[in-house]
Ligand binder design. Structure first.
Ligand SMILES: [Fe+2]
Ligand SMILES: [Fe+2]
Length: 153
């Protein structure tokens, strides 16, 4: 049997790739909001496309994490990480709900600057929560695999 103390480069590489992909999708939505041009229905629609893509990606990402893999493996390696992993899993539905609220807000057919501004602020709030979430996850993997991945910056 392979030594459990050794990090598994396949799993770790996968975690990094997944989180990088997520980061790219989040940046796509952020740049949709960042454009200083006046808001229009076309812009709202384009942002909704990016938000829906991010939502679907996130749903799959969470599902994979919940099915097992690196978080479960981290507990197997270091049982004291159990509560931290349980707390991470609990955040998943809340993060999805936050995105759903944004999608609902922008889907109401109101492309006024006030609504756009509200959605933009809501997205920044979601992004901050998401970033904190991924940071905690990376910390758990780093600890579970006893490996400095340089992920905590
Ligand atoms: Fe997660
Ligand atoms: Fe994640």
């Amino acid at each position: 049997m392979a030594s459990i103390d050794r990090s598994d480069p396949v799993i770790l590489g996968h975690v990094l790739a997944e989180h990088h992909e997520l980061f790219c999708q989040m940046m796509a939505v952020r740049s949709a909001f960042a454009d200083k041009a006046a808001v229009s229905q076309g812009r709202v629609d384009a942002t909704l496309v990016a938000l829906h893509a991010l939502r679907e990606h996130l749903r799959c990402h969470f599902e994979k994490e919940e099915e097992g893999g690196f978080l479960e493996e981290s507990i197997a390696r270091m049982p004291r990480l159990g509560p931290a992993v349980a707390a991470i899993m609990k955040q998943h539905p809340f993060l999805l709900t936050e995105l759903d609220a944004l999608i609902k807000l922008l889907s109401a057919g109101d492309s006024s600057p006030a609504t756009w501004e509200q959605a933009s602020r809501g997205y920044e709030c979601f992004a901050a929560h998401m970033q904190a979430h991924e940071r905690t996850e990376n910390a758990v993997v780093q600890e579970g695999y006893n490996e400095d991945l340089g992920l905590l910056d």
